[in-house]
Design a binder for this molecule. Structure first.
Ligand code: NIG
Ligand code: FE
Length: 417
């Protein structure tokens, strides 16, 4: 593979520095280099600096490299999506219509639709079909500048199908350029066959599923939908604590539809991140700040469900490290566009353009423990880079709803453009 030399970027937004969640004013530090340059070789970043500096080091090797002239354009790290449900069977466009006609997300789920509908379709799909369909979605992520994606199980809700989903993710991670980081989430809903018997389902998660997933090393994280009518905070805690005993790092879908103590629970169990948080209490936000829980905010989901977005501005100001994500799933956010999510982070949560970029790179990487490999343009990191057809980072967030991706490299190899 040829080395890649990107030179003369109007702005190289490196986000380099400590590989740790950025908070408060550190969320505005983009480490911008004007007339910036990156040299990638053997899949990793070998040098980052001004074009003049790299000229001195690599000028003599120019002929052997793929040289990219980024004059007048912005270059950033590959975007990271730290929360998706990208592996699933079927589609739910009819529910979109039903919601526009007045049904709520929970009405539909309680009537056997929603997560239950996708569970039926995922149980019916073969592993190969899941791999094939999710692979197309990962292609779409790449075309939107996203080079690392977290993915959750949770459309199986039985041992066989949860394993099928996670094995599909393992295969996708091997065969697709996007890095796919797996999360076990059998606690996404109580399956219909256990209705009225939640305790038994939770026992089967703890006694059967968690050990099997651990045995095959199929997940890094363990997530729970802690919500009124789904799993209570007490049940969620039991599931997350059991996961910890197998080495799974807790995450929580928290306070999405009602304020339910999810943010507080995230702090209590030491979750790496709490997701959604549309209805998180001020006390919960403060507890997250104290405990160092990353807020993973999903403004496209709020928009798609026609709900008010999470209090992103308040969270940043309170010292919570904020990450953002598509939540890509067939029900509440069927999008693969992280650029749109960055736009919405500004428009509906009042993050600044710089904060939105940090939330979609370094902080997103930290939310899935990938910060040592991705999330910034720094020597030794993977060659995950996006060249955007805009002049600066403000323009990227301002010209909204449009895909500005010019070229994308994953591990030093051009995969888009
Ligand atoms: O993060 N809120 C729960 N889970 C998903 C939606 C899953 C679905 O509707 O299929 C979410 O929004
Ligand atoms: Fe989700």
């Amino acid at each position: 593979m040829k080395p890649v030399w990107i030179k003369h970027a109007a702005q190289l937004a490196t986000i380099r520095g400590e590989n740790a969640p950025r908070k408060r004013q550190d969320m505005s530090e983009l480490g911008i280099i004007e007339d910036g340059s990156v040299w990638m070789e053997d899949g990793v970043i070998k040098a980052v600096g001004q074009t003049e500096e790299l000229e001195q080091i690599f000028g003599a090797r120019s002929k052997e490299a793929e040289v990219v002239d980024a004059t007048g354009r912005l270059v950033t790290p590959g975007l990271v999506d730290p929360h998706t449900h990208v592996v699933f069977g079927g589609s739910r466009e009819r529910e979109f219509e039903m919601r526009l006609e007045g049904a709520t997300y929970m009405d539909i789920m309680n009537a056997g639709g929603g997560i239950h509908a996708t569970t039926r379709m995922t149980r019916e799909a073969t592993e190969d079909e899941l791999v094939e369909q999710a692979s197309r979605r990962l292609d779409s992520f790449l075309t939107h500048g996203v080079t690392t994606v977290e993915g959750k199980s949770g459309y199986g809700l039985d041992l066989v199908t949860e394993l099928k989903q996670l094995r599909a993710m393992k295969r996708l991670n091997e065969l697709h350029p996007v890095d796919l980081v797996p999360t076990f989430m059998a606690a996404h809903a109580v399956p219909q066959e256990y209705k009225g018997n939640e305790g038994e389902y939770i026992d089967s998660i703890i006694n059967d599923m968690l050990p099997a997933v651990a045995e095959e090393k199929l997940a890094v994280f363990n997530d729970v939908f802690c919500e009124v009518g789904v799993f209570t905070p007490e049940q969620s805690e039991r599931i997350l604590e059991a996961g910890k005993r197998h080495g799974f790092i807790p995450k929580i879908h928290a306070d999405e539809i009602e304020s339910y103590g999810g943010a507080e629970l995230a702090a209590k169990v030491g979750a790496i991140s709490a997701e959604h948080l549309l209805k998180a209490s001020t006390e919960g936000i403060q507890k997250m700040a104290e405990a160092g829980v990353i807020a993973c905010l999903l403004p496209a989901t709020a928009l798609f469900l026609r709900e008010e977005a999470a209090k992103g501005r308040q969270m940043v100001d309170e010292g919570v490290a904020v990450a953002i994500s598509t939540d890509c799933n067939p029900g509440s956010s069927p999008t693969t566009s992280m650029p749109l999510v960055m736009n919405l982070a500004c428009i509906s949560m009042r993050l600044t353009p710089a904060e939105a970029l940090v939330a979609a790179t370094m902080n997103a990487a930290c939310a899935i423990r990938m910060e040592d490999r991705v999330g910034s343009l720094d020597v030794g990191k993977q060659g995950d880079v996006v060249l955007w057809n805009v002049a600066n980072y403000q323009e990227l967030q301002y010209l909204f709803g449009v895909n500005h991706v010019g070229q994308v490299w994953k591990k030093g190899k051009r995969v888009v453009g």
